[in-house]
Design a protein around this ligand. Structure first.
Ligand code: OAD
Length: 241
């Protein structure tokens, strides 16, 4: 099956790769839905990853994101991230990378123009619309930092449950999904929309879909091939020059 997928990759005019948390598992970043080690097995999303939770207890939510930031800063991109970045440098005109991950590991591996659907763990922004006083100079350190003039809080620049995805990123991702002829779907359970809908969209627009995941997923029903391997093993083998 891998040989056929290699041929599809060689022949593809527009290749899109969509990644999820499993992409970073071999770097040591926990996924969300693993029954034992996943973040959502240990923490309740409603208590940590919603605007309501942040407004109710900003320090608790801020501190959780700081601990995730620190954990991600301590790990390295893996061989799968590196293989994608190297492939892009050779085939930039026919390649797009869309990620649900907020860990920045694709970017650290050298991927460029990555469409980050769920934001960036390393960045923060104003919780409420910025007023004239809310500037870089007015940010007072704290947990979370705040505007020293009006008290507006800084929040992690990630998409929380119940929030819209950033329109430019979602638009670019939908465009790429509708115009590709091959989509590799790496390390995602495929249960979170609209990201998972990109796979259905590619399939509906007659692209081949290849799942790279050691486990079955919700999206396997539209797949032309399922490679049951970890990302850091499978991608270097599929994408080597
Ligand atoms: P999940 O935790 O739902 O799924 C991770 C997937 O990775 C599972 O299907 C695993 O089988 C697979 N996996 C584990 N190790 C792997 C490996 N080494 N190689 C390849 N695959 C592996 O994570 P996501 O699908 O990314 O949203 O979750 C989607 C969204 O839900 C996240 O972006 C996050 C979360 O709530 C927000 O934060 C908005």
């Amino acid at each position: 099956m891998s040989d056929a997928v290699r041929q599809w990759i060689a022949a593809a005019k527009h290749l899109v790769v969509l990644t999820g948390a499993g992409m970073s598992a071999e770097s040591g970043v926990p996924t969300f839905r693993d029954a034992l080690a996943g973040l959502w097995a240990k923490f309740s999303p409603e208590e940590l990853a919603t605007e309501q939770a942040f407004r109710a207890d900003p320090q608790r939510v801020w501190d959780w994101y700081v601990s995730r930031r620190e954990a991600v800063a301590a790990v390295q991109p893996n061989a799968g991230h590196a293989a994608l970045a190297a492939f892009q440098s050779r085939h930039s005109g026919r390649f797009a990378l869309i990620t649900q991950n907020v860990d920045g590991l694709h970017q650290r591996a050298g991927s460029v123009h990555t469409i980050a659907l769920h934001g960036a763990l390393s960045e923060d922004r104003w919780l409420d619309s910025a007023r004239a006083c809310c500037t870089a100079d007015s940010i007072e350190p704290g947990r979370p930092p705040r505007c020293s003039v009006c008290g507006n809080l800084r929040r992690p620049s990630v998409v929380w449950f119940g929030e819209q995805l950033p329109a430019p990123e979602l638009g670019a991702a939908e465009d790429a999904a509708q115009h590709c002829d091959l989509m590799l779907v790496v390390g995602t359970s495929g249960v979170v929309y609209p990201a998972a809908g990109l796979v259905l969209s590619a399939h509906q627009h007659n692209a081949r879909v290849v799942m790279i995941n050691p486990e079955p997923t919700e999206l396997d029903r539209v797949a032309d091939a399922c490679l049951r391997q970890p990302a850091a093993v499978c991608l270097p083998s599929l994408l080597r020059a």
